[in-house]
Design a protein around this ligand. Structure first.
Ligand code: HEM
Length: 159
């Protein structure tokens, strides 16, 4: 297979990764967390959240890895590492930043302390912590959508 075919394949994988990942984040932000906020009792809330989150966690991890590898592969094939030095490629910076934040959360913070910390906070004050994670998800979703907008407009030469 010639390298152009590999590049197109990487791009396809990249976008499929983004769809599964950001789509999942959108569902958690606009459907799952608001529904959980309406459930009474912290024990029920926590049990349901952890059950659903566990299922999504594997998908999110896989999508993060696929999106990251395909993204860096494309930059390498295009020999476009210098884009990181130009402000006009702010969307490449934003994509990489979002990927970095999710990678840290999923692969480092979550297994190290986040899971345990969240468990404790729900028992202390579940309304407060669910409001907080909702706000965090809204910020990450807004940034992710901005990255999608910037990437598509950027690829087509708008900036
Ligand atoms: C390590 C992280 C990432 C890297 C290195 C990366 C890199 C790239 C590269 C090199 C392209 C192709 C640009 C071109 O053809 O000129 C691209 C396209 C794209 N990326 Fe990323 N990306 C990353 C993460 C993300 C994330 C987190 C998102 C979504 C929030 C995202 C969404 C997109 C979209 C929507 C496109 C446009 C595809 C198209 O119109 O063909 N990327 N990315």
């Amino acid at each position: 297979m010639e390298s152009f075919t590999y590049f197109v394949f990487a791009r396809v994988l990249h976008v499929i990764g983004v769809v599964l990942w950001i789509g999942g984040v959108a569902f958690v932000t606009t459907v799952l967390i608001p529904s959980l906020k309406n459930i009474n009792g912290s024990t029920n809330k926590l049990a349901l959240f952890e059950q659903l989150e566990e299922k999504f966690s594997f998908q999110a991890k896989l999508a993060t890895v696929v999106t990251g590898i395909s993204g860096f592969y494309m930059i390498d094939v295009m020999n476009a590492w210098d884009r990181y030095q130009h402000l006009q490629y702010w969307w490449i910076h934003l994509m990489t930043l979002i990927w970095f934040i999710f990678t840290l959360i999923l692969f480092v913070f979550e297994p190290l302390f986040l899971h345990q910390w969240f468990h404790e906070q729900v028992i202390k004050d579940s309304t407060k912590i669910f409001s907080w994670i909702h706000t965090m998800h809204k910020i990450l979703l807004a940034l992710s959508l901005l990255a999608v907008l910037g990437a598509i407009a950027g690829v087509h030469g708008l900036f």
